[in-house]
Design a protein around this ligand. Structure first.
Ligand SMILES: *[C@@H]1O[C@H](CO)[C@@H](O)[C@H](O)[C@H]1NC(C)=O
Length: 209
């Protein structure tokens, strides 16, 4: 009996030590691959790798969209590397908007903690799902789909967006179209917008060409 217990104990010890890796805190000095960052040596990991105070403060909304997104993805919050989760803080001043965008790498769950937000997404079948969210409300945005958030009242709104990825990524549609050097002729051909509109949007959003 004692023999069997000893064998079981040693098997258990063996399996917890050899087969399970509890975490892989990002080594931000190394490169990032599709599988994430490589792991910081466990001996160098501290509790501060698993804690972030970066979302305490409101982001600076003095910008063209009157909005600030403060990410706690693997690059800012190394403890989430490899865990398939992350979070960001969203501050939306009155009149603020997060333009149409996608997260290629993960689905999003938005929780409004102050004010109200009009949020929506567009499916790949072009169905529109839009709702006014109030404090305490949540909404999900499936991975890869275009979505947006607009302040729904006259006061600053705050929300937290969690993701099913440590590196969900962010691509903003307006920036993709009007904030780079894709020649205006090609922007016009692929969007059916006229030259004046494309030039105007490029001027506003910092595009050239
Ligand atoms: C917010 O951003 C604006 C524009 O970049 C800048 O002028 C201002 O100083 C910033 N405010 C704070 C508190 O950082």
């Amino acid at each position: 009996m004692i023999h069997i217990l000893l064998i079981l104990c040693s098997l258990f010890t063996f399996s917890t030590h050899a087969a399970v890796q509890d975490f892989c805190v990002a080594d931000l000095k190394g490169p990032e691959s599709p599988a994430g960052y490589s792991c910081k040596p466990a001996a160098k990991v501290t509790v501060d790798d698993f804690v972030s105070m970066g979302l305490r403060a409101a982001g600076n909304t003095s910008n063209i969209i009157k909005a600030a997104v403060t990410p706690a993805f693997a690059a800012q919050f190394p403890g989430v590397n490899g865990l398939g989760i992350s979070i960001a803080r969203l501050d939306l001043a009155a009149g603020g908007v997060v333009p149409m965008h996608t997260h290629p790498g993960g689905s999003e769950l938005l929780l409004v903690t102050q004010g109200s937000i009009v949020a929506g997404f567009i499916s790949s079948a072009n169905a529109v799902y839009v709702k006014t969210l109030k404090k305490g409300d949540i909404m999900v945005f499936p991975q890869g789909l275009l979505h947006f958030q607009v302040n729904g009242g006259g006061v600053t709104a705050v929300a937290f967006a969690s993701f099913s990825s440590a590196t969900p990524g962010l691509q903003i549609l307006d920036f993709a179209l009007f904030a780079n050097d894709l020649p205006s002729k090609l922007v016009e051909a692929t969007t059916f917008l006229d030259d004046a509109t494309v030039k105007k949007l490029k001027a506003v959003l910092g595009g050239t060409g």
